[in-house]
Design a protein around this ligand. Structure first.
Ligand SMILES: [Zn+2]
Length: 118
């Protein structure tokens, strides 16, 4: 059985990979870390604050079946939002991080967007 501990806000002591956008969480960057224990042992799930905020705004976010599915759902949801909606969801977050996600959306639109409209 899998047990998930409550996510904590931590500072990266080394580079990590975000389990949602799959981009780097850089040294010193504040992010979320969650310890998960399952039959396979312990591991840490990590995500940028903005990525987790986007994930939480997806009403279907609990339906992801595995890590790969979670990444796909993250990108599908991100690409389905208009840039203005992303700005609303991420209001109050660091502007460099908001810009990063807007760029990420634009770069991935062709793969995940339902109606790609250049
Ligand atoms: Zn991320």
């Amino acid at each position: 059985m899998t047990h998930r501990f409550d996510p904590k806000t931590v500072k990266a002591r080394k580079d990590h990979r975000c389990d949602l956008c799959e981009e780097t969480i850089t040294i010193g960057q504040s992010h979320l870390a969650q310890k998960i224990v399952s039959e396979g042992g312990w591991f840490s799930w990590r995500a940028h604050h903005v990525c987790e905020t986007i994930r939480q705004s997806d009403p279907d976010h609990d339906l992801a079946e595995d890590a790969h599915d979670q990444v796909n759902m993250f990108y599908s949801f991100l690409c389905d939002q208009e840039p203005e909606q992303i700005r609303v969801i991420l209001r109050g977050k660091q502007s460099s991080e908001i810009d990063r996600l807007l760029n990420l959306r634009n770069r991935n639109l062709i793969h995940y967007g339902t109606d790609y409209n250049p």
